[in-house]
Design a protein around this ligand. Structure first.
Ligand code: SAH
Length: 253
């Protein structure tokens, strides 16, 4: 399951943190590292901090945006050094790890880490289903980003071990019901993003925005949809509704 979990570092400034994150991942059995617009990469410093994890570092995918990094993921968790608004459900590392391992049984999951100085932007948080906060000293709450990667990878490892122990099948359980219908699996981040773009276009077409701020309304709507963790079928129903509202015939498969 750990192989289905991506660790994403956004716009990291210090190469040493990239290397230390790769090492933390490998210690805990994770290998998929994605770097979004790193300030300086690849570097000697990152490789020297990665120690024996130069394979994880060398295999790291480098992309321009977080949207690109989460393509194909059905579960995305953001990390935050502080409490954000109610829009994002907040989890503790243990809950985050349990949820991520569960999701990784069905598809690809991601945990996203922010910039050293400023964390993640609201726009980036909009791509997340929930946020995780590592409880720290309230007077000094912000961890080094690679230390935060270490804490969460450790929790992921514990949750994976627990899940493997719990799911060793006993005899009668082997005849489990057939897998869910393909449409009932969680939608991927890119499918949900396509639905958001369609929603925006539809709301514009029906003149919903008027004088209000589209970006604020969209942020609320995205927060609401992200909390529900949409399935592929639901995304397709919503898009059918938008097409109907736009006066286009809903495409039925
Ligand atoms: N001032 C920034 C701090 C960024 S710390 C902010 O308030 O967001 C850099 C990154 O380390 C964060 O984006 C997050 O990914 C991780 N991090 C640091 N402390 C954390 C904590 N207590 N819980 C969860 N993630 C944390």
């Amino acid at each position: 399951m750990l192989e289905n979990i991506r660790i994403i570092l956004v716009n990291t400034s210090h190469p040493g943190n990239i290397g230390a994150a790769a090492r933390a991942m490998k210690n805990m059995g994770l290998s998929k590292l994605v770097l979004v617009d790193p300030v300086d990469h690849p570097t000697f410093e990152a490789y020297s901090r990665a120690a024996g994890a130069d394979d994880v570092l060398g295999d790291a995918r480098v992309v321009k945006t977080l949207a690109e990094a989460v393509t194909g993921c059905t579960w995305v968790m953001g990390t935050s050094a502080r409490e954000r608004s109610v829009q994002w459900p907040m989890m503790l590392p243990r809950e985050c790890a349990a949820a991520s391992i569960k999701q990784a049984e069905l598809g690809e999951a991601a945990i996203v880490f922010g910039r050293e100085r400023t964390g993640l932007t609201n726009e980036e948080l909009e791509l997340c289903h929930a946020l995780v906060n590592i409880p720290t000293n309230p007077d000094y709450s912000s961890l080094n980003v690679a230390a935060a990667v270490q804490v969460l990878c450790y929790e992921l490892r514990l949750a994976a071990l627990e899940s493997a122990a719990a799911s060793a099948p006993s005899e009668p359980e082997r005849n489990e019901p057939a897998a869910k219908h393909i449409d009932d699996v969680p939608a991927t981040a890119d499918q949900v993003d396509g639905m958001y773009q369609h929603l925006y276009q539809m709301l514009e077409d029906v003149n919903f925005f008027g004088t209000s701020h589209p970006e604020i309304i969209m942020r609320r709507l995205k927060g609401m949809f992200n909390r529900t963790h949409l399935t592929r079928r639901e995304v397709s129903i919503l898009r059918g509704i938008y097409s109907a509202a736009q006066g286009k015939k809903a495409v039925r498969k």
